[in-house]
Design a protein around this ligand. Structure first.
Ligand code: 13P
Ligand code: MG
Ligand code: MG
Length: 395
C-alpha cells in the first residue's frame, strides 16, 4: 500500500508560561486521535509534547496534504486550545493563525511534515523489508535548526559512515526551501556529494533556508521531511517561534539511527530561545520535556518507531535522547548556554536586527532612529535629521 506518515504540531496553550501543555489538553488530543482511528480516517496515531508544542503523529493512506487529515488535526488543536482557554493557560490558540483554513493547514500556523512511500514490509522486499523511522520535535527555535545535523547525517561520512556503503554511496538529494519567499514554496534541489559546498552555502543561513525534504538518489525513496515554514511570514508579525518537526526514515538504504543522532552531540547554536530573538545551543531531551531551563533553552526530542504491515506503529517506541549517554551533551549545551548568556544582549547573543522576532524590539529601534540628529543641526537631503535637534559637537 501507499502509506503516509504525518506529523502535525502546534502550540495552543501551556501552563505557567510557555512550558508545556496541560494533561487535559493532551488527554483531549489522545481521545481525538482514538476517535479518528475508530472512524477509519487514521490507521494509527500517537500524541506527545516537546516543550509547549503538541505533536500528533499519525499514519493513513490518504497522501500528504489530505483535507480530512488536516481538518482533523486543526479541530483537535482547536479543542485543546479551548481547554487551555478554560483553564486560563498561557498562549491559548497561539499557533492557530487563520480562522478556518480551507483544507491543508500548512501555512495556517501548525507545523507539518509528511512522508508518503510504498509500504510492503515482507522479507523479499529488497528496498524496505522493515520500516523504521524517527520523529524529531524541537521547541524555541526555527526550522533551520535541523540544517546542520541532517546535512551531516545525510552528506558527511565523518558522521555517517554508512554513506560509504554501496546502497548509500550515490548520496542524497537535498530539496531546500527559501523561507523568505512568502509568495509560495520556492525550492532548489541539490545533490550530495557533488553539490556539498553549494548546499553548505545555503544551509549556513538557518533563518532563510531550510531542508524541506531529502531523497535517496539510488532508490528515489523519500528519506526525510521537515516542517520548513516561518510563522512570522504567515502571520506578518511575531506570534511564537516556529518550533520545527521532522520525520526521518532510517536503516537499510538510509542512515542508521546512531548516524542520524550523532550530529546532535554538537548542541549547535540556533536562533530562538527567549522572545524568539536569541542564539542558544540546541539541547537534546527526552520526549515530553517541559521548557524550564536557562533562558528557555531550545530543546529537541527524537523518538523512533517501527511500522507493521498494516501501518500501525504506536504500540511501542524508543526515546533516543532519554539515555545517560546524552547527559554529557546536555551538560555541554548548558555550558554553551551559560557562555552565551554571559554576554547578555551583545553581538552574537541576540539575532540580527531583521531577525529579531518580537517586532516590539524593532519598534524600539525605529522609535530611537527618529530621534537621531546630525551634530551640526542641519537637515540633510534625506531628512534623516530634524532641524533644531542639534547635538553637541564632539570634543
Ligand atoms: P513558543 O513558540 O514556544 O511559544 O516560544 C515563543 C517565545 O517567544 C519564547 O520566548
Ligand atoms: Mg509557546
Ligand atoms: Mg513552542
Amino acid at each position: 500500500m501507499k502509506l503516509t506518515v504525518s506529523i502535525l504540531k502546534a502550540d495552543v496553550g501551556s501552563i505557567g508560561g510557555h512550558t508545556k501543555p496541560s494533561r487535559h489538553m493532551l488527554a483531549a488530543s489522545e481521545a481525538a486521535v482514538k476517535e479518528a482511528i475508530r472512524k477509519g480516517l487514521l490507521i494509527d496515531g500517537s500524541v506527545s509534547h516537546t516543550g509547549d508544542d503538541i505533536a500528533l503523529l499519525v499514519t493513513h493512506t490518504r497522501g500528504p496534504g489530505d483535507f480530512d487529515v488536516h481538518q482533523f488535526a486543526w479541530n483537535t488543536f482547536l479543542k485543546a486550545a479551548g481547554i487551555a482557554a478554560k483553564y486560563g493557560l498561557y498562549g491559548a490558540g497561539q499557533d492557530l493563525l487563520k480562522d478556518a483554513p480551507s483544507g491543508n493547514i500548512r501555512g495556517a500556523g501548525p507545523a507539518v511534515a509528511e512522508l508518503e512511500f510504498n509500504h510492503d514490509v515482507v522479507k523479499t522486499n529488497k528496498v524496505r523489508p522493515a520500516e523504521s523511522f524517527m520523529m524529531f520535535a524541537a521547541d524555541k527555535c526555527g526550522p533551520g535548526a535541523y540544517n546542520l545535523p541532517l546535512f551531516l547525517a545525510f552528506a558527511d561520512p565523518m558522521y555517517c559512515a554508512g554513506l560509504m556503503l554501496p546502497k548509500l554511496i550515490k548520496g542524497f538529494t537535498f530539496h531546500i526551501i527559501d523561507m523568505d519567499n512568502a509568495q509560495g514554496d520556492s525550492l532548489i534541489s541539490l545533490n550530495a556529494p557533488e553539490d556539498y559546498y553549494k548546499i553548505s552555502m545555503l544551509l549556513r543561513d538557518n533563518e532563510r533556508f531550510a531542508i524541506d525534504t531529502i531523497t535517496s538518489r539510488t532508490y528515489d525513496e523519500p528519506a526525510a521531511a521537515i516542517s520548513a515554514t516561518r510563522l512570522h511570514n504567515i502571520a506578518g508579525t511575531y506570534t511564537g517561534k516556529d518550533d520545527p518537526v521532522a520525520l526521518v526514515r532510517n536503516q537499510g538504504i538510509f542512515p542508521a539511527p546512531e548516524e542520524i543522532v550523532s550530529p546532535f552531540t554538537k548542541a549547535h547554536y540556533v536562533g530562538g530561545d527567549a522572545r524568539g530573538s536569541h542564539v542558544m545551543p540546541l539541547m537534546p531531551v527526552p520526549i515530553n520535556t517541559a521548557v524550564t531551563g536557562t533562558y528557555c533553552l531550545p530543546l529537541v526530542s527524537a523518538t523512533g518507531f517501527s511500522i507493521d504491515a498494516d501501518g500501525r506503529f504506536s504500540d511501542s517506541f524508543i526515546d533516543f535522547f532519554d539515555n545517560p549517554a546524552w547527559d554529557e551533551v546536555r551538560a555541554k549545551a548548558q555550558l554553551k548556554a551559560l557562555a552565551m548568556r554571559d554576554q547578555g544582549w551583545s553581538g552574537a547573543a541576540m539575532l540580527p536586527y531583521h531577525e529579531l522576532e518580537y517586532s516590539g524590539f524593532r519598534d524600539t529601534v525605529t522609535g530611537l532612529l527618529g530621534q537621531f540628529a546630525f551634530r551640526d543641526g542641519q537637515v540633510k537631503a534625506n531628512g534623516s535629521a530634524r532641524k533644531g535637534n542639534k547635538v553637541a559637537a564632539k570634543g
